[in-house]
Design a protein around this ligand. Structure first.
Ligand SMILES: Cc1cc2nc3c(=O)[nH]c(=O)nc-3n(C[C@H](O)[C@H](O)[C@H](O)COP(=O)(O)OP(=O)(O)OC[C@H]3O[C@@H](n4cnc5c(N)ncnc54)[C@H](O)[C@@H]3O)c2cc1C
Ligand SMILES: NC(=O)c1ccc[n+]([C@@H]2O[C@H](COP(=O)([O-])OP(=O)(O)OC[C@H]3O[C@@H](n4cnc5c(N)ncnc54)[C@H](OP(=O)(O)O)[C@@H]3O)[C@@H](O)[C@H]2O)c1
Length: 248
């Protein structure tokens, strides 16, 4: 019988901001496909609290990595933020979820749209060679409230250095004016063709697949915006252009 939990050990916690952090965990038995999530749990006040988190590492990296934001009054995300190196932590034995390459049709242009911590699963995917043989261009889009939340710049630079103009990285900052990012939200920007213009890539049904991950309101509103320009939800028995994962 499969075990419910693998006992892992925290190897490091990187604090990007007061609320954003990444945890690296040693738990070599855990198996997953890039883009998937698993559950993490801690015993808090004698209660097992478990929540899903997406892998940021690719399956061929040794340590597991999860990227999280501490949500005010959120039981697990605030407890994870306080962990020290060496802490014991339960990790689900396998990955779950369909935000994975084998569920995505082969197209020229793959758009990976994320809010907040949902950039994680895309980084996992983009660290695999497979993603680069399946698509001609990858457009990674990260939407955050404030500039300082545009994390993982080193990883993104490594990808950019390796794949050159096959990789396009576009950022949104909604609550600050910046020189580097689009101000505002993704759906409105798609509706006015701003994102497509900035990428220099069309979003037509023939060459496009769009992955959406993170805030469920972003997923809903962006799906509506994409439907208005002729894209449709992708299902196994009815192929389309939009694949989604909600974080709550
Ligand atoms: C499939 C899946 C994968 C997930 N992967 C991740 C991940 O990789 N990283 C991550 O940070 N979270 C992820 N989440 C959310 C995560 O499971 C927890 O809900 C989150 O960490 C908060 O846990 P909590 O116990 O503190 O509060 P909860 O009681 O779980 O959540 C309280 C509220 O916090 C808000 N919230 C929850 N998660 C987020 C978030 N990520 N960003 C902004 N607001 C949020 C929502 O309003 C939610 O109702 C994922 C969720 C799902 C369903
Ligand atoms: N970010 C912080 O500074 C901070 C600090 C401490 C705690 N927290 C807590 O952490 C949690 C998550 O914050 P977060 O900033 O990571 O995630 P978030 O609230 O999902 O915001 C991430 C991005 O998604 C955008 N967005 C929200 N709704 C959208 C929609 N319908 N369509 C398109 N885009 C949409 C936001 O724009 P808008 O800005 O326009 O909403 C923002 O740019 C919250 O509970 C928050 O209280 C956040």
């Amino acid at each position: 019988m499969t075990k419910k939990w693998i006992q892992g050990e925290v190897v490091s916690v990187k604090h990007w901001t007061d609320s954003l952090y990444s945890i690296r965990i040693s738990a070599p038995e855990v198996k997953f496909i890039a883009g998937q999530y698993t559950k993490i749990s801690l015993n808090i006040d004698n209660q097992e609290i478990a929540r899903p988190y997406s892998f940021v590492n690719s399956p061929n990296e040794e340590l597991l990595e999860f990227y999280s934001v501490s949500v005010p009054n959120g039981p697990l995300s605030t407890a994870l933020q306080k962990l020290d190196n060496g802490a014991q932590i339960n990790v689900g034995p396998t990955g779950n979820g369909f935000l994975i390459l084998e569920e995505i049709p082969s197209v020229d242009n793959i758009w990976m749209l994320a809010t907040g911590t949902a950039i994680g699963p895309y980084l996992s995917i983009l660290k695999t060679d497979e993603s680069w043989s399946k698509f001609k261009k990858v457009i990674l889009v990260h939407a955050v409230r404030y500039s300082k939340e545009l994390t993982y710049q080193e990883t993104i630079k490594e990808i950019s250095d390796k794949y050159g103009d096959r990789f396009i990285y576009i950022t949104y900052v909604s609550r600050e004016n910046t020189e580097h990012s689009i101000k505002g939200r993704i759906p409105n920007s798609i509706a006015k063709n701003e994102l497509q213009n900035k990428a220099g890539v069309e979003m037509n049904p023939k060459e496009t697949h769009v992955m959406l991950c993170g805030n469920p309101d972003m997923v809903k509103d962006t799906t509506l915006a994409l439907k208005k320009i002729g894209l449709k939800k992708h299902r196994r028995n009815s192929p389309g252009h939009i694949t989604t994962e909600n974080y709550w």
